[in-house]
Design a protein around this ligand. Sequence first.
Ligand SMILES: [Zn+2]
Length: 325
Amino acid sequence: MYAFRIHILKICLILFTFIIPFSAGAWGFWAHQRINKMAVYALPKPLFYFFKLHIDELERSAVNPDKRRYAVEGEASCHYIDLDHYGDHPFDSIPTSWSLAVIKFTEDTLMEHGIVPWKITWVYSSLIEAFKNKNGERIIKLSADLGHYVADAHVPLHCTSNYNGQLTDQHGIHGLWESRLPELYGASYNTLVGKASFVDDVNILVWNSVKGSYAAIDSVLEYELLATNDVPIDMKMTVELKGKSKTTTYSKEFCDRYHELLNGMVERRFTGSIRTLADLWYSAWIEAGQPSPELFDVSMDEQTPDTIDLELNKIEKSSIPGHTD
Ligand SMILES: [Zn+2]
């Protein structure tokens, strides 16, 4: 009977791997949008007023970088970094300067194993320029993008080559940690992070974010195994109705146990994303000389999100390098 149950569970897990499409990147839609939205409330006046005016767009655009993964060459590499590729002590090995890292490892290697920390600093620099140019449209677009990459960097499974537990027979853990858990418990997470503060060294802040993610990887994997042991084998997965279709997903019982074992980790990474993002928005504005938001030009001269969506839907999704979720 036990063997039969194991067999059924394995079939469920295999089906699960294929039935559930992975969410569009770290944190899933719900959490990405929430992180962008809640960071606005940490901004001081007068920046707060401008961001609040565009809060819906910041929220809606939070997942645009994931949509671009299928359309823009090199975009896929911007969402993760396989720190384990660089040995047991990756932070001693990887130069935080992009040019030094290219000299040491080559650009091809860096792109293959992900570049999220550098991408954050590049978008940050572009945001400073947008503030200096008082280009309101671009400020919002880049601020939304920045939120996405900052949030990605805070997800432990975006910092390892074992990003979906595929190397440890834990397929599906990516969506479990970043989407299922926040969707079940995120409403109770603390999203008020106090007032944003100026960041003296953006490089240090960004690399500390991935350091925090890297330090959590072992627990993310280990506690999933512990939770699996703690929940009856035929109760790990369940079938839920989503819209009109049935999907196999991790059961509430299993998620309760896993979330409990993680002991606030998801909330800490979630809240950390909000705080880091608010600090970066605020610091970019300070570095640009604190231009008055009243002077920001917000004329809609770029593609609207709807147009982007339509174009992206036409693009083949099979040729994307890097992490597949
Ligand atoms: Zn992403």
